[in-house]
Design a protein around this ligand. Sequence first.
Ligand code: VGL
Ligand code: ZN
Length: 197
Amino acid sequence: MRIRSPGRGDALLVVDVQKDFLPGGALAVPEGDAVIPPLNEALRAFSEAGLPIFATRDWHPPDHCSFVEQGGLWPLHCVAGTSGAAFPNSLRLPASSVLISKADDPAAEAYSAFSGTDLADRLSDRGVTRVFAGGLATDYCVLRTVLDARARRLDVVLLFDAVRAVNVESGDGAWAIDRMQAAGVIFAPTRTVLAGA
Ligand code: VGL
Ligand code: ZN
């Protein structure tokens, strides 16, 4: 199926590409850094076309409920203001990117970038009806964000070379892809999608 190249009504959504999720980080996603080159191409294309770019970040308080110390699943990661929570320098986010900080309530896990944020309002303010999404991790924040986008009647194109899974259980990433596909998400490689943008 042919995908209309990015234009009016489209936005780029870069999910949680933060140092703690990259190799060497506190919650490293296998091959997490592989998402950066395709995302940089998408960032450049969207920026040159004057289209909106949203970058989400996991932005936890030190006592967040997702941490093992609080009975959660995960090692300490992406604590607000720490270097692990920062975007890597290699990610070329234009200055015009809109930052969405999420999961900052200690009592609430919030994998979705729509959860407890103004992302939905900001998208509708900009007239966005379709998002192109990539980032980390396929089986957590990308999955939940993209499913919420579909629930809000947004069209979603997942840049499938620009996502990687944590795979706590092997197969989690593949399962997440199936869930997104069932929800009507379109999958495409970044290069193909940007051709003609
Ligand atoms: C994420 C686990 C814990 C993610 C965030 O961004 O996918 N995963 N916190
Ligand atoms: Zn987190």
